[in-house]
Design a protein around this ligand. Structure first.
Ligand SMILES: [Zn+2]
Length: 273
């Protein structure tokens, strides 16, 4: 099972093939991943990939990873699995980063088959992760979209603030999170998002770490922050419930691969954050 560790020491080289063993990640049009007898990274795949081409994602562990879309029948011994459930239940650290990068690479290519500026068909840009407009008079180059988001564990004395989104599985609570708007710093986004979602003020944001997160193409920037005032008042849209929790009375927490879980675990281990 994958556990957040900042990924800094992973043998991961995006957009690079070292000529090692090839492995494939195959997704459906609804973000399901094809899982084989050995897991989601298919090491002995010999079927023709039907759509999305065999596109290089990068090298991780000892494997060159390619991604594609599979639209034919599922072969014997294989099954479609929910991406989030696969990350939660079975993916190790190498598989997690391959899945995260792979789905983002595939969706970028499928969403940019035509130039958004002039409508001409695009092609892979040589030398980097972009795609280039096939019309030389236009020449626009488009790059994968990565959306910076803040994710924050707010603490107050010996309690932390955890909240529920209506999208969460039943019973689960997590840290607060939101996208950084254009023109905004991470620290400003922290204060604004928390004020909007639960109606409280925070202070002293402290950087923790970052994580690429494929739902859908976020760079999660993790922070701790301290309560500074106000009463919890959820917005009822992004957040439907939020409460202060003591260490010995926590609700169901997010999956171990997430930076959200790492923030909570770090606070738990600190004893007095
Ligand atoms: Zn163009």
């Amino acid at each position: 099972m994958s556990t957040y560790r900042g990924d800094a020491d992973l043998n991961w080289h995006p957009q690079t093939a070292f000529g090692g063993a090839k492995a494939y990640l195959l997704f459906s049009s609804s973000r399901q991943v094809l899982v084989g007898p050995k897991g989601p990274v298919l090491t002995d795949w010999d079927c023709e990939i039907s759509q999305g081409a065999k596109t290089l994602v990068g090298h991780v562990g000892e494997r060159d990873i390619y991604v594609g879309q599979w639209v034919k029948d599922v072969p014997t011994g294989y099954a479609w699995c929910d991406l989030r459930a696969t990350i939660r239940s079975s993916a190790d650290d190498h598989e997690f980063i391959a899945l995260s990068a792979g789905i983002q690479r595939l969706e970028f290519l499928l969403d940019h088959r035509f130039c958004g500026r002039c409508g001409h068909a695009t092609e892979l840009n040589s030398g980097d992760s972009g795609i280039r407009c096939g019309d030389t008079a236009c020449g626009a180059i488009h790059y994968p979209r990565i959306a910076p988001s803040v994710i924050v564990l707010v603490t107050r004395d010996d309690q932390c603030l955890l909240a529920r989104s209506p999208r969460f599985e039943p019973g689960m609570y997590s840290t607060l999170a939101g996208f950084i708007e254009a023109g905004e710093s991470a620290e400003h986004a922290i204060r604004r998002e928390i004020r909007e979602e639960v109606g409280i003020e925070v202070k002293n944001p402290t950087y923790f770490g970052t994580q690429s997160w494929p739902f859908k193409h976020s760079l999660m920037m993790g922070y701790f922050a301290e309560y500074a005032g106000g009463n919890i008042e959820v917005d009822g849209i992004e957040i439907v419930d939020a409460n202060w929790y003591r260490r010995d009375a926590l609700p169901q927490l997010p999956l171990s691969a997430s930076i959200s879980r790492a923030l909570i675990e770090t606070w738990l281990a600190s004893g007095n954050h």
